[in-house]
Design a protein around this ligand. Structure first.
Ligand SMILES: [Zn+2]
Length: 475
């Protein structure tokens, strides 16, 4: 198979916006819970004579997204009717946007964006009841943000990573749950291959329900298109689905063009001048922006946290929020060593416990106390880890706990001297090995002293004291 083909991928991503109500009516926006057809009204059921009213919260959420990706916010915008017949579209058209989307341009993860517009979701059909199809209208009219990228992605991995970064941004901005397996975020990929500068025939792949599916489907489709071209045949422009079991794409339908949809401005909705609405005010939206994932990455990098830990902190909400609060702590937040150690404990020990289903309700204050005790050599790392795991789901003070249990680290040479003497007597053979030149035996003796002190001694101090003591009586 020839390797001289260039793959070109553009993505279209739909994200359900987490607003209180639906896009054009007052029904509750909660398509994933509740009895089927419980959040419905004459507007989202398309009864004749009803009138849609645009949801201000949904529009400002899209515009906030625009600020985060530095897109151009339209001053003039309008909604259009996208006409097509399908059982889950009760009006026989979907209210969407065509010529005047809310956002154009912008960039995310190094990928240029074409546009972002707002539309309404369709109802949900279920075909699994012995030949009977059922329709649930709870999802009909849920605000849906559609993002279209430029065709500038050239491999499956980048497409997957773009989708992951988009999910993270939507969640950080708190504008969508963006869980792919719940259908809150849906990715479609337009894929073509070509040997020349001209783009090849593009095929659209739908039904991608996970990041892994996005990557696998693109890899499969690239191979399929190349083998068609290598056989001297032509690629058909069409929409294909992704079969997650067979790991293959399959023909769904021949792709409609914009002309087939007969778009025209919806006469029932007023035109929107974003400069005239206080909620759409540019400086107000900029003020609402939280710290974005890329800014967080840079801040943590400057602290000296390794990049794999940074990604874990950014993508795991429980430890990420916790760490962000630690960074804001007076004194602690400027203590680089303390923050690095905290990141380390959070991404290893704490994350492992949380993955097992443990609750993580320890307060920042007591976590910080523990880290400072360790840094100040008041406890050793073994004791610190044990205490941390123990108090993870309660809010006990580690200082009190360590003191009550006699776990405070002993760094007092005079207190350790009798322990060392006893161990030297008991492990005569090991001592002889040390004198014979086997340096590593010191670690064994340290281990024995640690046992005697129930793990509270400072191991590096012990090693030093044992060596000095043994050298004194070297035969
Ligand atoms: Zn409704």
């Amino acid at each position: 198979m020839s390797t001289s083909y260039t793959t070109t991928i553009g993505l279209e991503v739909h994200a359900e916006l987490s607003t209180a109500s639906k896009m054009f009516c007052g029904c509750k926006n909660d398509p994933h819970n509740g009895e089927p057809n419980s959040y419905i009204c004459p507007v989202c059921l398309a009864h004749p004579g009803t009138l849609p009213v645009a949801n201000e919260e949904a529009i400002s959420k899209v515009l906030l997204f625009g600020k985060a990706v530095k897109a151009k916010q339209a001053v003039f915008s309008e909604f259009d009717r996208k006409n097509y017949f399908y059982p889950d579209i009760p009006k026989a058209y979907q209210i969407s946007q065509y010529a005047f989307p809310f956002l154009t341009g912008g960039q995310l993860f190094g990928v240029e964006l074409t546009r972002v517009h707002l539309e309404e979701d369709t109802a949900r059909s279920q075909h699994d009841h012995d030949g009977v199809s059922l329709v649930d209208f709870n999802r009909a009219g849920v605000p849906l943000m559609e993002l279209v990228t430029e065709p500038v992605i050239h491999d499956a991995r980048t497409a997957g990573d773009f989708a992951r970064e988009l999910q993270l941004l939507l969640q950080t901005l708190n504008i969508s749950g963006a869980q792919m397996e719940r259908g809150e975020m849906r990715v479609e990929a337009n894929i073509s291959v070509s040997k020349t500068d001209e783009l090849g025939t593009k095929v659209e792949v739908k039904n991608l329900n996970s990041f892994r599916s996005v990557e696998s489907a693109i890899e499969y489709e690239v191979k399929r298109q190349i083998s068609i071209l290598e056989a001297g045949e032509v690629v058909t422009q069409e929409t294909r689905g992704w079969d997650e079991v067979k790991l293959k794409t399959y023909t769904q339908r021949i792709k409609e063009t914009a002309k087939d949809y007969r778009y025209f401005p919806d006469p029932d909705l007023p035109k929107i001048d974003t400069s005239k609405h206080n909620s759409f005010n540019t400086s107000r939206l900029n003020e609402m922006l939280p710290t974005l994932p890329n800014e967080i990455r840079l801040n943590y990098k400057n602290i000296g946290i390794p990049s794999n830990q940074i990604e874990q902190l950014i993508t795991t909400k429980s430890i990420g929020t916790f760490f962000a609060e630690l960074v804001k702590f007076p004194d602690f937040g400027t203590n680089v060593e303390a923050l690095k150690l905290s990141a380390n404990y959070l991404t290893s020990d704490v994350l492992a416990e949380v993955a097992k289903g443990r609750k993580f309700t320890l307060s920042n204050k007591h976590f910080a106390t523990l880290i400072l005790m360790l840094l100040g050599s008041k406890i050793n790392s073994r004791v610190a880890k044990d205490i941390l795991i123990e108090i993870l789901d309660k809010d006990a003070d580690p200082a009190v706990l360590a003191k009550d249990r006699g776990l405070l680290q002993s760094s007092d040479p005079s207190a350790l001297a009798p322990v060392i003497e006893a161990v030297i007597v008991e492990y005569e053979l090991a001592v002889a090995e040390y004198y014979a030149g086997k340096e590593a035996t010191i670690q064994f003796l340290v281990g024995q002293c640690m046992k005697q002190t129930r793990g509270t001694a400072n191991p590096s101090l012990l090693a030093e004291l044992i060596k000095t003591r043994l050298n004194k009586t070297r035969p």
